[in-house]
Design a protein around this ligand. Structure first.
Ligand SMILES: [Mg+2]
Length: 378
């Protein structure tokens, strides 16, 4: 990988690689011109979960994600999308969506990646996991071409990367206790709730740890009175904030709930794209941004900046994914208040290593682009 990155950066002077982004981009544009077409490849990878993963929505032992690679000028950028069934996405529909723009991607100038991403958004209806996979691959390629890690392209300081929570899916009390003990290295836990078993779940967690908790109800509480009762009880159990207490379209009810609780209420399913932010800005304290919902790194960046402009809290989350998507999100994490970037830690067959977690804190790779290293497995 090191030699491949080295080869990819050839032709850029050290000044253009590490200098002002504008200067580096013009070097990229000049050297990319006339270099022929890109190769775009797609594949579906079955990620195996270490534990059966259960939330209010579903229960599974594996997740199929779409992998996209974009190769040009001896550099390969990697992208990934985790399709979300709720939005009528599957690995196969995501693959078809990428294939529908394969010619566009192969022929376009990757130096104009903003224009290219906008055109991809215009041509593909829905299928945000596919859009995300394309955009991540383009951003990885661009970072490698410029010789800079993605966080540097966005002008961020990796020292500002936050602590990530580790997620505990819904399970019986004995398994919940075992999972919490297994999560010992993580200083903050995110507990999935939203069922009748919430009290038993939190009691099981509290039987083994006093750590701060964050809670995700995944739209599970169906009345505003139930949501208020549960949130005020959770506050007494040391919960810092609650994510998506009620169904996505119950914005008015959530505004009512927010006026009656003391801990922040964060939108996830109620806020998928930048255009949703004005709708949720008075009903929630913040938003959870995911690359797979937003459609990639650029759109996630835009969502974070818009939410901040409204004075909202921001969080980066993820689906069950490999280190490809999780590392791409982690490169933006110096921008946000909270991170829940553990999707790669839940799987047993990660094809890459990228971002790592030390005492809960996200440590960003300082290699160009996403900075992924392939992990070969027998
Ligand atoms: Mg959530």
């Amino acid at each position: 990988m090191g030699s491949r990155v080295g080869k990819g950066a050839r032709g850029l002077t050290r000044r253009s690689a590490i200098g002002a982004t504008g200067a580096a981009i013009s070097a990229l544009g000049a050297s990319a011109a006339g270099d022929g077409r890109a190769q775009v490849r797609t594949g579906i990878t079955r990620l195996k979960l270490k534990h059966t993963w259960t939330t209010v929505m579903s229960s599974s032992d594996f997740r199929d994600t779409l992998q996209v690679s974009y190769s040009r000028n001896g550099i390969t950028g990697h992208g990934e999308g985790a399709p979300i069934v709720r939005y009528n996405e599957s690995a196969e529909s995501a693959r078809k969506a990428v294939e529908s723009v394969q010619d566009l991607l192969a022929g376009a100038d990757p130096a104009a990646f903003e224009k290219l991403t906008a055109e991809v958004f215009r041509r593909i209806d829905g299928q945000y996991a596919a859009k995300s996979a394309i955009n991540i691959a383009l951003m990885d390629w661009t970072g490698q071409r410029l010789g800079v890690p993605l966080y540097r392209y966005f002008g961020l300081d990796p020292k500002d990367a936050p602590v990530t929570t580790f997620s505990i899916g819904i399970d019986n009390p004995a398994t919940t206790r075992a999972k919490v003990e297994e999560a010992a290295p993580f200083p903050i836990l995110k507990i999935k709730v939203g069922l009748d078993t919430d009290e038993a779940t939190i009691a099981a967690v509290r039987a083994v740890t006093k750590k701060p908790l964050r809670v995700d109800a995944n739209e599970g509480w169906k009345t505003k009175e139930e949501a208020v009762r549960k949130i005020n009880w959770l506050e007494k159990q040391g919960v810092e904030f609650v994510e998506q207490p009620m169904p996505a379209n119950m914005i008015e009810e959530t505004r009512w709930v927010r006026a009656r609780v003391h801990i922040p209420v964060i939108a996830d399913e109620s806020c998928l794209h930048a255009a949703d932010i004005p709708k949720v800005k008075d009903a929630f304290d913040g938003i959870n941004v995911k690359l797979d919902k937003a459609g990639g790194v650029l759109e996630a960046y835009r969502m974070i900046e818009i939410a901040k402009s409204f004075g909202m809290k921001t969080m980066l989350g993820c689906m069950v994914s490999s280190s490809c998507t999780v590392t791409a999100a982690a490169h933006l994490s110096p921008l946000v208040d909270y991170a829940d970037l553990d999707g790669n830690l839940l799987i047993a067959n990660d094809p890459y290593s990228g971002v790592i977690v030390r005492n809960g804190k996200l440590i960003l790779p300082d290699r160009p682009g996403l900075g992924l290293l392939p992990l070969s497995r027998a």
